[in-house]
Every structure is written in structure tokens, then in C-alpha cells.
Design a protein around this ligand. Structure first.
Ligand SMILES: [Fe+2]
Length: 245
């Protein structure tokens, strides 16, 4: 058992209670590989002050072609294990949808698992921005979904195109920042973009994007830093994780 899960006195609690981006669901992507690992990750979430976890496994063409048929059985297994372990956490299930060919098919077939309130977490390609991104985000809104762009700070092609952030955010797209990006885990470009988004009041939600316990440990260490104290003061008025209902 990892020491940081045992340590109590220096735990820092988040100011919200819903983690809406993580890879805790066992055996469906490159996140948790077992129910036991999922339970340890949920214990880490609870230590951070999280009371509600919306599981968001990857849905990506070729690598993780998950559908409700693969996601929902894994969710049922986890829910049962959480009840048996007596963990005090409420679970929900959705997904992180990469906007690619597989998405196009699932979207056309209405084969999605939205979050409560029809919030939908979508992810850009890391190589280049989708040509028809604005049209797609608009179409989602027309169909009653509230799109959330996962970790906008991590797409390198926005580093010198911050106006794209403004266009999307003004069009009503929610932005979800990774705490790991603020901690510097994804490098200086993601960290710089993250700080810019925080300072410009464009961060609507925060996520752990936790794939394993190492991520949990890095986040917990960052939550004890002066930088987090500064960032969280700027973030708190905008964050609406707990409004996903
Ligand atoms: Fe993710």
C-alpha cells in the first residue's frame, strides 16, 4: 500500500467534490487495469475531498473502441466492488470521446453515454485541430448536449493561437483543465497554456485525468504547493464541477 494513501495530516482537500475526468474504470482503456487498482484510485480521490466520481474511459478509434456494451458492464463491476468495500463515494459513468472516425459513427448512431445534465466530454486530436470542430460543437449544442473540451491546454497547436480558446469559450463550450498540467506533468507548453486559461477566467471544470496512482500522488503533492493556493483562488469563482447534475 502506498504511503501517500495512509498519510493524513498533510492531505489537502479540493474546494469542489466532483471529479469528472479520470480513467478509474477497470480494464477498458490504459487507465486502471484491475478492480483493486480502481479502488485504490478512488481512495486517493476521497483523500482529495472528492465525493462524486464520473468515470470517463477513453473512446478512440482503433485503440479503445469502447461503446455502452463495454463500458456499462465494467461500471457495474466497479459499483458492486465500491459497495462491498464500503467506500464513501458516489459513482457515475460517461466517457471521454476523441473526435475521430469512431466518434462519427457512434454519434450518428446515438450510441453515447452523456454525463448527468447531458454534459459530454470531448477530446481533440493532439496532432491538429479538427477542420470542422466549430460546426461539430455547434451541432452538439443544437442536439441539447453541453460540450466540455477536455484539457484544452494540452493541444500544442493552441499555444500560439489563444484566440481559438476565446472563440470556442465564447461559443459556449466548457473548458476542463487537468490539475496535472498545472503541476507541470505535461511540460512547459501545457503549463503555460493552463496558466493563461486560469488567468483569463476560462476554466470551467477541473479534472484529475487520473490513469494510475502515480498521477494521484503527483496531484496530491501539487495540492500542497503555494502555486496551487494561488491558482485555486483564481479558479474557485468559475469552477462548476458540482453543477454537473
Ligand atoms: Fe483523459
Amino acid at each position: 500500500m502506498l504511503n501517500f494513501l495512509r498519510r493524513k495530516k498533510d492531505n489537502v482537500q479540493l474546494f469542489y467534490h466532483t471529479d469528472m475526468h479520470n480513467h478509474i474504470l477497470p480494464g477498458v482503456d490504459h487507465g486502471s487495469q484491475s478492480v483493486e487498482q480502481s479502488l485504490q484510485m478512488l481512495e486517493a480521490e476521497i483523500k482529495m475531498g472528492i465525493k462524486r466520481v464520473i468515470c470517463t474511459p477513453h473512446v478512440t478509434a482503433e485503440t479503445f473502441e469502447n461503446t455502452p456494451d463495454t463500458i456499462l458492464p465494467a461500471f457495474n463491476v466497479l459499483q458492486k466492488a465500491v459497495a462491498e468495500a464500503g467506500l464513501d463515494v458516489e459513482l457515475h459513468v460517461s466517457a471521454e470521446y476523441r473526435l475521430d472516425d469512431f466518434w462519427n459513427k457512434q454519434y450518428a448512431a446515438d450510441n453515447l453515454i452523456p454525463m448527468p445534465g447531458k454534459f459530454l466530454l470531448v477530446e481533440n486530436s493532439f496532432m491538429q485541430e479538427l477542420l470542422e470542430l466549430d460546426e461539430l460543437l455547434f451541432d452538439l449544442a443544437i442536439k441539447g448536449y453541453q460540450p466540455i473540451l477536455a484539457h484544452p491546454e494540452r493541444y500544442g497547436y493552441y499555444s500560439h493561437r489563444h484566440h481559438r480558446y476565446e472563440t470556442m469559450h465564447n461559443a459556449g463550450v466548457c473548458f476542463q483543465l487537468n490539475i496535472l498540467s498545472l503541476a507541470g506533468y505535461f511540460g512547459s507548453s501545457a503549463r503555460d497554456n493552463a496558466v493563461w486559461l486560469v488567468k483569463n477566467g476560462m476554466v470551467d471544470m477541473l479534472g484529475t485525468d487520473m490513469h494510475n496512482l502515480e498521477h494521484a500522488e503527483i496531484i496530491m503533492e501539487y495540492l500542497r504547493s503555494k502555486d496551487w493556493r494561488k491558482m485555486s483562488a483564481l479558479l474557485e469563482p468559475h469552477i462548476m464541477n458540482d453543477d454537473i447534475a
